[in-house]
Design a binder for this molecule. Structure first.
Ligand code: FUC
Length: 348
C-alpha cells in the first residue's frame, strides 16, 4: 500500500494538491484538496494497464472551465435544488441567494463544491484514507451556522471505496451533501449507452419545468424509469427520447430503499456489458439523482465530448426536502452531528 502527494495545479493563489492512495492490488483512488474532487478510481484492465472508472481530467483547468459539471466534487451544504433559495428550520425562515434562475442549486455559488479542504492521509490496517476537513460559515455561502464538514475517502484492499460525510454546526442549518462523481466503466471511447443499470427503486419524483419536485411520486413500472431489473441504458434513453423528453436523457430523482447493514442491498448496480466491470453502490439515504450528462460538449475530459459520456449517481436525501417534509429532515442542529455514507464495491 502506498500514499503519494503531488501538485495538480493552482487556483485562487493556492496549490491544488492531488492525493493518491494505492492498495495491494494496484487499485488506486486520487482526490484533490479543491472541492474534494474524486479525480480517479484506477483499476487494472486485461492488457496489463489500468483504466479510470471516473469521468476526469488529467489537468486542473477543465475542472474550473466546466465548473457547472461538478465533476467529482463534494456538493453541499445541500445537494440538488431548493425552491426559491428559501427554507424554514423549526419555524424560523432563511434565504440564500439563488444561482440557477430563481432557485438554489448544489449549495449555491460558493458552497462546499467551491472550497479548499485540509487533507490528512493515513493507513489504518488494510485501509487507506484521505480525510478532508473544512468549515463553512454564513459569510461564505449565506447559509445559517458555521458548519464543520469532514469527508473521509477510504480505499480498502477489497478494492471498495467508502465516502463518509460528517457534519456539525453551531446554529441550525441544513446538511445533505453528496459526491457528484460521474461513472464510465468502459474506459474506451464509448458512451454509457452500453452500460446496464439496476436500481432498488419503485418510484421517481415528478419534476416541474424548473426540475423542482412537485411532491408527487410516479411509479417506475412499465416506464423508461423502470430499472428494477438490469436494464441497458441505451434502451432506456431511447424510450425517453420516444416520449419527447426535452432534457434528452435522465436528470431525475429516484426514490431508493436506503442500504442498511442487515440487508445490505445496493441502491444501484452499474455494469459495462462489454467488459463486465461492475460497481455496486450503497447509500444510507432515500434519494438517488441519476444524471446522464445530456447534450454536453465538454472537451478536455477522459471521454469524448457529447451526450451520455458518463453517468452521475448522486446519493442523498430526496431533493428540496425543506418544502416536502415527507422527503426527510435535512436540518443539522447544534449538539446533533450527522453522518452519511456512500460506498462503492468494484467487481470485474
Ligand atoms: C445534477 C442535475 C443538474 C445539474 C448537475 C450538474 O445534479 O440535477 O441539472 O446539471 O447535476
Amino acid at each position: 500500500m502506498k500514499i503519494a502527494t503531488e501538485k495538480f495545479g493552482e487556483y485562487r493563489n493556492q496549490d491544488v494538491m492531488k492525493y493518491t492512495l494505492t492498495n495491494d492490488n494496484n487499485v488506486s483512488i486520487s482526490v484533490l484538496n479543491f472541492a474534494g474532487i474524486w479525480q480517479a478510481y484506477m483499476v487494472p484492465n486485461t492488457r496489463g494497464g489500468r483504466v479510470n472508472l471516473l469521468l476526469a481530467a488529467d489537468t486542473f483547468d477543465p475542472y474550473i472551465e466546466h465548473g457547472s459539471l461538478y465533476a467529482g466534487r463534494i456538493v453541499g451544504r445541500v445537494a440538488g435544488r431548493i425552491a426559491g433559495g428559501n427554507f424554514d428550520i423549526d419555524g424560523q425562515s432563511y434565504s440564500v441567494p439563488t444561482n440557477e434562475g430563481d432557485n438554489l442549486l448544489h449549495g449555491g455559488a460558493n458552497g462546499l463544491a467551491q472550497q479548499f479542504y485540509q487533507v490528512e492521509t493515513k493507513q489504518d490496517g488494510d485501509k487507506l484514507q484521505a480525510i478532508l476537513t473544512t468549515s463553512i460559515d454564513t459569510t461564505t455561502d449565506h447559509f445559517p451556522g458555521k458548519e464543520d464538514v469532514k469527508v473521509t475517502y477510504t480505499l480498502a484492499n477489497d478494492n471498495s471505496v467508502t465516502i463518509d460525510f460528517d457534519g456539525q454546526t453551531d446554529a441550525k442549518t441544513l446538511f445533505n451533501p453528496t459526491s457528484h462523481t460521474y461513472w464510465n466503466l468502459s474506459g474506451e471511447a464509448k458512451t454509457i449507452q452500453g452500460h446496464v443499470l439496476t436500481l432498488n427503486s419503485k418510484y421517481h419524483l415528478q419534476l416541474d419545468n424548473e426540475k423542482l419536485p412537485t411532491g408527487r411520486k410516479i411509479l417506475n413500472k412499465n416506464t423508461p424509469f423502470d430499472f428494477r431489473y438490469p436494464t441497458v441504458l441505451g434502451t432506456a434513453l431511447q424510450h425517453l427520447q420516444e416520449e419527447h423528453n426535452p432534457e434528452g436523457g435522465f436528470d431525475d430523482t429516484f426514490v431508493v430503499l436506503p442500504s442498511n447493514r442487515l440487508a445490505h442491498e445496493p441502491v444501484a448496480v452499474l455494469m459495462d456489458a462489454a467488459t463486465g466491470r461492475k460497481i455496486k453502490m450503497y447509500s444510507d439515504r432515500n434519494g438517488l439523482v441519476v444524471y446522464t450528462a445530456n447534450g454536453l460538449k465538454v472537451d478536455d475530459y477522459n471521454r469524448p465530448a457529447g451526450s451520455w459520456f458518463a453517468i452521475a449517481l448522486e446519493g442523498q436525501t430526496l431533493p428540496d426536502a425543506p418544502h416536502h417534509p415527507q422527503f426527510g429532515d435535512i436540518a443539522l442542529r447544534p449538539g446533533h452531528p450527522e453522518h452519511f455514507q456512500l460506498r462503492y464495491e468494484y467487481f470485474a
